[in-house]
Design a protein around this ligand. Structure first.
Ligand SMILES: *[C@@H]1O[C@H](CO)[C@@H](O)[C@H](O)[C@H]1NC(C)=O
Ligand SMILES: *[C@@H]1O[C@H](CO)[C@@H](O)[C@H](O)[C@H]1NC(C)=O
Length: 646
């Protein structure tokens, strides 16, 4: 798998590593051999991280006029409270006329969006009006039906019901504000695509006659990485009223539903290549901002039409440090085509950008973002959905409880051979200590453990009634290898009973040995991600984006398995502090030469953007090499806001 810049001829791992860990480029794409290098306890690499990145606030790149604050005029027209009715999305209006019974759904649809959300909805509507150029793009009910027949997406209607079947988990509450924003965005997307017509022609002729701007998501690597990046880009597209586009080669169009009714977000690889050839680099863009005279910069914050198309990052790792600055954001508005490549979850760091913060805090009051993004933008297409339903019917549906365990060895075979036993033992200890799975009873009364009070129940054998109504726990294992499956299976198959009389079955769908790529691989990966996300409890591998999308889709706070090198660690697993996964490699400091925030630490400005848990980000942590971790995670004010376990 290759995730380097186009045609840059970077072939050696050390060169890639050097590029990736340059202070301004601290981000790693999890799942690469690149990471494996870091994981190998290489002192040199880890120290480099600590010294060049964790401790030292990075150097600013622009001229040293940092205290020159840019006062962003938050758009003056303070949004008046609009009549409530106008905020019903189309879907909700339909529901209103035929209310459905659903315990989880609050049927009171007449809600008043909070101020930030009203402001965002207004911006989206204004953008749609401008895009329409006085000719509103209608989308009739008949057109909707025709479009849906052509682009079926059963999961959109069915996925919530499947999550609602979990016996020990309430599903995440519906976020009406998000649904409203999504349907407003959909109108903008539809209008722009219709009015522009031939996108490629529009791009190549540097046309700007339609008031629309675009954002190309360029996700890389495995499925988890792609979903992290694409959902983050989408949130940014909404905030900036850009039309999000996705190249065919990402395999996302082959695996997922078309997300926007009456339109498409797919671009051909041929067109994508033209964009890659025709765009400016981010370096050029930052220079253009720096080159603007200060007075002018403060007054207008625009480059006019001088930059038609630009990348927001010159490497594949995601947004660059200056992306997180108000001033630069204002300038970006004048660029018609932006593209962003990457493989990490940066969505919640958008809360760090001053001009978006109020809106985002209002839009996601319980700090739950990824679940809503994934379940609206990135829904499994019908073919993947069919498979998910089969898996559920055949293996999972009658369980009293489902436990999902995802194990990922980044160095694949080599690490597996080295660590398989150790990790299996930790997982077993974790699920027993935390009562996620019941312990097995000692084989016979002669066993020393027999008199331990925790085995009290073992003295009564299982009765016929117990078997009439068996309490079945199903454990779904997601791994490239069979090690954990065989280990747990041996335990539960070869013992008469468990301390709770529950019966435990172990299931693993595939064991591919190496991580592949392509549409079929991604489809099967999605089937496993969603199946695992239907669990009541999930255990995941630190730093794994595959694990991250399991918790994201499912809306569950995961348990992290300790993957550190110690033979016998004091803590074998730890419950996470949020549903939101970690933004791996996120820079902890602002680098905003023209903003008030200057070089401040992000968490000093936005307290809920915290370091990720040490168990999640630090193999190196255990070796005292990465004292604070090196990722950013959004944590709710109160863990109860995100803990839906019952
Ligand atoms: C709906 O919510 C509003 C505002 O919270 C409240 O005033 C109204 O009584 C509710 N209506 C119903 C039918 O529950
Ligand atoms: C610009 O694009 C619009 C919409 O596609 C089209 O009608 C118009 O002819 C284009 N203008 C030029 C100069 O190509």
């Amino acid at each position: 798998m290759n995730c380097s810049r186009k045609g840059d001829g970077i072939n050696t791992t050390s060169e890639k590593l050097r590029l990736a860990i340059r202070p301004t480029w601290p981000i790693l794409c999890v799942g690469l051999f690149l990471l494996a290098l870091v994981v190998q306890n290489s002192d040199a690499v880890d120290r480099f991280f600590v010294e060049s990145y964790i401790h030292a606030p990075p150097k600013l790149q622009g001229p040293s006029t940092q205290s020159q604050a840019l006062r962003l005029q938050a758009s003056e027209e303070i949004v008046k409270t609009l009549p409530t009715e106008t905020f019903l999305s189309e879907e909700e209006q339909q529901k209103k006329s035929s209310p459905e019974k659903d315990d989880e759904v609050d049927d009171n649809l007449t809600f008043v969006p909070s101020a930030g959300v009203q402001k965002l909805v207004e911006s989206l509507r204004e953008a749609t009006v401008k895009a329409s150029g006085g000719e509103p793009v209608e989308f009739s009910e008949a057109e909707r039906q025709a479009w849906e027949a052509e682009h079926p997406c059963r999961s959109r209607a069915e996925i919530r019901d499947l999550y609602a079947e979990r016996k020990h988990m309430k599903d995440v509450p519906i976020n009406k504000q998000w649904n409203l924003v999504y349907s407003e965005y959909e109108k903008l997307h539809r209008t722009c695509m219709k009015r522009v017509g031939d996108l490629q022609q529009y791009f190549t002729s540097k046309n700007t006659s339609v008031a629309c701007s675009f954002l190309i998501a360029e996700p890389h690597f495995g499925l988890g990485n792609k979903l992290f990046h694409t959902s983050s880009v989408f949130l940014y597209a909404i905030l900036t009223q850009r039309v999000i586009l996705i190249p065919e080669s990402t395999s996302i169009p082959a695996v997922m539903c078309e997300p926007f009714a009456g339109s498409s977000w797919v671009i051909s690889d041929e067109f994508h290549n033209l964009i890659k050839e025709g765009r400016d680099t981010s370096e050029t863009f930052w220079k253009a901002v720096d080159g603007d005279k200060l007075v002018v910069r403060q007054a207008k914050g625009t480059l006019g039409n001088s930059v038609y198309s630009s990348s927001m990052n010159d490497e594949w790792v995601g947004p660059e440090p200056r992306f997180w600055c108000n001033t630069e954001q204002t300038y970006m508005n004048s660029v018609t085509w932006l593209s962003m490549s990457g493989c990490t979850l940066f969505a919640h760091k958008l809360f760090a950008i001053g001009m978006f913060r109020d809106i985002l805090e209002d839009l996601f009051p319980n700090k739950l973002v990824l679940t809503h993004l994934l379940r609206s933008l990135l829904l499994p297409g019908d073919s993947a959905w069919e498979r998910i339903l089969h898996v559920n019917e055949v293996y999972l549906s009658e369980a009293q409880k489902q436990v999902g365990i995802q194990v990922r060895f980044f160095q694949e075979d080599e690490e597996y051979k080295l660590k398989n036993d150790r990790i299996n033992n930790r997982i077993t200890k974790c699920v027993w200590e935390n009562k996620i799975l019941p312990e097995v009873c000692p084989a016979s009364p002669k066993d020393k453990a027999w008199n331990d009070p925790k085995f009290a129940q073992c003295k009564t054998k299982m009765s016929a009634e117990d078997h009439e109504n068996p309490q079945v726990i199903k454990v779904l294992v997601g791994s490239l290898f069979l090690g954990l499956h065989d280990h747990l299976n041996d335990i539960y198959l070869r013992h008469e009973m468990t301390t709770t009389k529950e019966v435990v079955g172990i299931i693993q769908l595939t064991h591919e040995l190496i991580q592949g790529s392509g549409a079929e691989v991604d489809t099967q990966a999605l089937v496993e991600v969603i199946s695992l996300s239907m669990s009541d409890v999930v255990l995941i591998t630190p730093m794994s984006t595959f694990g991250g999308v399991i918790q994201g889709y499912g809306g569950v706070i995961p348990w992290y398995i300790e993957f550190g090198p110690e033979e016998d660690p004091p803590v074998v697993c730890q419950k996470g502090k949020a549903i939101e996964p970690c933004y791996m490699g996120a820079s902890q400091y602002y680098q905003c030469p023209y903003d008030d925030v200057g070089e401040k630490k992000v968490s000093d400005v936005v307290p809920y953007l915290q370091d990720c848990l040490a168990i999640d980000v630090g193999y190196g942590y255990k070796l005292n090499m990465i004292p604070q971790g090196y990722g950013m995670q959004m944590t709710p004010d109160n863990i109860k806001d995100q803990d839906f376990y019952i």
